[in-house]
Ligand binder design. Structure first.
Ligand code: UN1
Length: 480
């Protein structure tokens, strides 16, 4: 397991060689170099955008069956190679092998879903108010999309942005996250193997300057970004300045409310999954556990007990439950927030210390901090690690107010046996996704995904909603 990949850009159907100044280390064992990576710049972005622009007319004009077949074949290839690609993903990103394989299959399913969508270009027939006139709406491909993707779902998110872009006839330049380009390259390679024509999907590996070059490029017609709120705001401002379309998915500080009438075991299992699986590195993670007084102490004790039983370890070790953080910086962010929470008066009831492992890696013990208050930094700022805090509340109303009281609004959950509270929560939670008796994280691939407030901007991603962003509407009049 010590092969080092030599990464290249992927422009106009060719792998383009470049110097590789950057090394991607395995977060589970930092002695291992997973990939040597080029650092692209404006020249590579210009070449990639030119290739995507040149490829657009033929791809948009092809039979939808051509696009559908490519996506379907690539989906099959990903699923067939789930072990190999899932292993690469886990070596590069650090999530457990089960999670890496699961994500690879999810990417395959996304491609297959959009293989179907390619054949379903939506449109409407409308009656004009004028006699003898018909009106139709048509959905047309937009052009070149720049996709800027995060490291935490290094194959699923490139797939869920690229698949609808390609299905509806657009061409793409992908800029994968700095830490995870090798996994993104596996997706790009599989799509080419499945018959994607050259220039339709390009990839430029590098840092933030690559993303910025895409944002500023006059021939990039739309930008889809998933990442932090600060970077997202810059992407949107740059896109708006030159009237490019833009779609952003950003942070979360997702609440999970546990009411007194919840089943304790179920509530603990939901919190465990939502807060800590995938090392808590999900924008949908439940980082604020808002727990009613009557169940509070039992819930905190039971969850802390389960956390102490989890094994933190190398991603590929079958005994591991929680893999490492993706990077040293991400690991240090978790520890910094644990200290901030302690300083604010929080009580660490599980984790908190640096685990001592045989292999050198960026490990964080899953950490639960009890007795925190709503206004604290630990309850306002996204940590993006296996760290959650509990807030004690007296009533459902108080819980709801706290749940809604942050600047993010991606996913919000409640564990309750009460239909009344569940339905009320679905109506009043200020979040793009509400989860009743389910973790806030872990979403289906064929339904709309997105949030409110500072979590999202622009049309929804995924499922039937994706057509909104990746096509434009033409209104066509005919007098008979
Ligand atoms: C999930 O919870 O299954 O970056 C998906 C993220 C989100 C995707 C979460 N855009 O974490």
């Amino acid at each position: 397991m010590t092969d080092t990949l030599e990464l290249r850009h992927w422009i106009d159907g060719e792998k383009v060689d470049a110097e590789r100044p950057s090394e991607g280390l395995n977060p589970s064992d930092t002695r291992e170099i997973v990939a040597r990576r080029p650092e692209g710049g404006e020249a590579e972005v210009n070449a990639a955008v030119a290739a995507a622009k040149a490829a657009f007319p033929a791809w948009a004009g092809a039979s939808p069956e051509v696009r559908s077949d490519v996506l379907d074949r690539a989906g099959t290839l990903l699923m067939e190679r789930r072990e190999a690609i899932g292993t690469l993903l886990s070596r590069e990103e650090g999530k457990t092998l089960a999670e890496g394989i699961g994500e690879t299959v999810r990417a395959g399913r996304i491609l297959k879903y959009f293989a179907g969508e390619a054949l379903r270009l939506h449109g409407q027939n409308l009656a004009s108010v004028r006699p003898g006139v018909e009106v139709q709406t048509r959905r047309e491909a937009v052009g070149v999309f720049g996709l800027i993707t995060p490291w935490n779902f290094p194959i699923a998110i490139p797939a869920w942005k690229a698949a609808p872009a390609l299905a509806f006839g657009n061409t793409v330049v992908l800029k994968p996250a700095g830490p995870t380009p090798a996994t993104a390259e596996a997706l790009v390679a599989v799509l080419h193997e499945a018959g994607l024509p050259k220039g339709v999907l390009n990839m430029v590996v590098g840092r933030g300057n690559v993303g910025q070059a895409l944002v500023d490029h006059p021939d990039v017609d739309g930008l889809s970004f998933t990442g932090s709120q600060g970077v997202g705001a810059g992407v949107a401002a740059g896109a708006a300045a030159r009237q490019a379309r833009v779609q952003l998915e950003m942070g979360g500080k997702n609440p999970l409310i546990v009411l007194d009438d919840a089943d304790l075991d179920r509530a603990v299992a939901i919190a465990l999954d939502g807060s800590f699986f995938a090392t808590g590195q999900r924008c949908t993670a439940s980082s604020r556990l808002i727990v009613q007084d009557g169940i509070h102490d039992r819930f905190v004790a039971a969850l802390a007990e389960r956390l102490r039983g989890l094994k933190v370890g190398p991603a590929l070790d079958p005994a591991t439950n929680i893999g490492p953080a993706v990077s040293e910086a991400q690991m240090e962010t978790s520890y910094r927030y644990i200290e901030i929470a302690r300083g604010e008066g929080g009580r660490v009831v599980a984790g908190g210390d640096r685990p001592q492992l045989e292999t050198p890696g960026w490990y964080v013990q899953p950490t639960l901090i009890a007795e925190t208050a709503a206004g604290m930094r630990i309850n306002s700022e996204e940590v993006f690690g296996p760290v959650a805090s509990t807030i004690r509340v007296k009533s459902y109303e108080e819980a709801l107010e706290i749940a809604n009281g942050v600047e993010f609004g991606l996913s919000a959950g409640i564990v309750t046996g009460s239909l009344k509270h569940a339905r009320d929560f679905q109506r009043r939670a200020k979040a793009g996704m509400t989860m009743v008796n389910l973790p806030t994280a872990g979403v289906d691939y064929h339904v709309p995904f997105g949030g409110t407030k500072k979590s999202s901007y622009g049309p929804r991603e995924q499922g039937f909603a994706a057509v909104e962003f990746f096509t434009w509407t033409k209104t066509a009049y005919t007098a008979l």
